[in-house]
Design a protein around this ligand. Structure first.
Ligand code: FE2
Length: 456
């Protein structure tokens, strides 16, 4: 079946990389070749030459005209090898029952995340109702840009394309399952950066066609929220989702995750990341992490704008001011002294002041949302949610209200594949699938657009 025209070229490019990737088994290569012939004659020729060099197999070609366009299909390898015939899922399930205790109502999903500079692949198992999910694999590879630079969409997309096959293979190996027991392939539909999202969506479509599995497009923000709830056990918390691309205060009502407050311009993580570039702070392992470590040594709280507007926040003005202060500090006009203590202002003080100011803003709007919905639980998700100072400040607020804070570690806070697998499988269990022709991605996909059928 040919893919819709806009995806054909992208798919062909990805398939080419997949075939060149080491480690694909013979049957997978044959299936890829078949798919290429059906998608594009030219690509089919290129791929088949490539395939012939790699595994020494020539393909026969059958040519037909469908709708005025020539379509070709590789019908059999000359060696006479047949593609693997699909086997009943139950047969495969029986073979791994001892390892992960599968039952007829168990479901497994593979999740692909790549909306920013992290490429994540996760495999999750949902046991029969009532039991907690089992994480079978959750691996990630991060595209790290040089100090002083952000990650560009085209470079990030290239990173994701070149690592995806390796990560999927590694995840299946770690999980100890075969693709036969996977019920669906979940991928991040949005929001995020266009080119990286596109790379992952194309890969998801490719795997769906290759393995004959249903696709489930997942809202990235819902992935964070559902994974946070699953890991921490928080039942109905107000959620603070803070990352490089998103800043939202979310609460659940009537089968939607409603946005109570959000950033009006740049996300809080973006504010921190861009300040790290100003100070030439390393992006390894993450600029926000390095700012957090420097902030621990800061002592002087500098006066920065505090921009809470109703339930929303603004961070761009704060970034502009802290950048000016950084330039003042870095310029060679003598040491900058604190007016009261007479002590020298340092880079660490700038990091400390920035963190204290923006985190105080986030705590304020979260507290207001808690008061509004009458909740005593806060769940912090997203990459910035790893920050221990933010967790500490939120904890102080929650304790004052007789409540508690739930947060996860970097495995689940930072973008990952398992959250996409988890949220996708929740939707899949209600009958939701994403047809191939709708398996697009989008940079703008608001949290409250998703109908949360799996919750009461
Ligand atoms: Fe995220």
């Amino acid at each position: 079946m040919p893919l819709p025209a806009p995806y054909r070229l992208l798919s062909a490019t990805l398939i080419f990389e997949l075939i060149l990737a080491p480690g694909l088994c013979f049957s997978q290569l044959m299936k890829l070749s078949d798919f290429c012939w059906k998608s594009s004659v030219t690509t089919g020729v290129v791929i088949s030459v490539c395939l012939e060099k790699k595994v020494g197999v020539k393909r026969k070609m059958r040519s037909t005209v469908v709708g005025g366009r020539e379509c070709c299909a590789a019908i059999q390898s000359e060696s006479g090898s047949e593609l693997l015939q699909p086997r009943l899922k139950s047969e495969y399930r029986q073979t791994i029952t001892t390892a992960i205790n599968l039952t007829s109502t168990t479901m497994i999903a593979l999740g692909l995340e790549g909306s920013a500079n992290k490429l994540g692949v996760g495999i999750i198992l949902h046991p029969p109702e009532g039991s907690p999910a089992q994480i079978l694999a959750n691996i990630r590879h991060t595209f790290v840009s040089p100090p002083g630079e952000g990650f560009l969409p085209k470079d990030t997309a290239k990173h994701h394309r070149s690592w995806l096959v390796k990560l999927v293979r590694q995840a299946l190996k770690e999980a100890g399952v075969t693709v036969k027991v996977v019920d669906c392939i979940c991928y991040t539909k949005g929001p995020g950066m266009g080119a990286p999202l596109q790379s992952v969506a194309v890969a998801a479509r490719m795997l769906s066609l290759l393995w004959g599995k249903e696709l489930v497009g997942v809202n990235h923000c819902i992935g964070h929220v559902e994974m946070g709830r699953e890991i921490t056990g928080a039942q109905n918390p107000v959620v603070l989702y803070v990352s490089g691309g998103n800043t939202q205060v979310i609460a659940y009502a009537s089968q939607r995750y409603r946005i109570f407050g959000e950033a009006l311009d740049i996300a809080v993580g973006n504010c921190l990341d861009r300040f790290a570039r100003t100070l030439n702070i390393s992006n390894d392992p993450a600029p926000g992490y390095n700012i957090e470590q420097m902030a621990k040594k800061g002592k002087h709280l500098l006066d920065l704008p505090y921009a809470v507007k109703g339930m929303d926040c603004s961070f761009s003005g704060i970034l502009a001011i802290i950048d000016i202060l950084a330039q003042k500090l870095e310029s060679n006009t003598g040491e900058w002294m604190d007016d009261i203590t007479g002590e020298v202002i340092t880079r660490e003080d700038l990091c400390f002041s920035l963190q204290e100011t923006v985190f105080a803003m986030l705590v304020e709007i979260t507290e207001r949302a808690m008061a509004h919905v009458g909740s005593s639980q806060v769940l912090i998700v997203g990459g910035v949610g790893c920050n221990q100072r933010l967790q500490e400040m939120m904890g102080m607020m929650a304790r004052d209200r007789g409540g508690s804070v739930f947060a996860t570690d970097e495995r689940f806070c930072i973008d990952n594949g398992i959250m996409i697998a988890h949220a996708g499988l929740l939707a899949y269990s209600t009958g939701f699938i994403t047809p191939l022709e709708d398996s697009t991605c989008t940079q703008r996909f608001r949290t409250d657009e998703v109908f949360v059928k799996w919750r009461d």
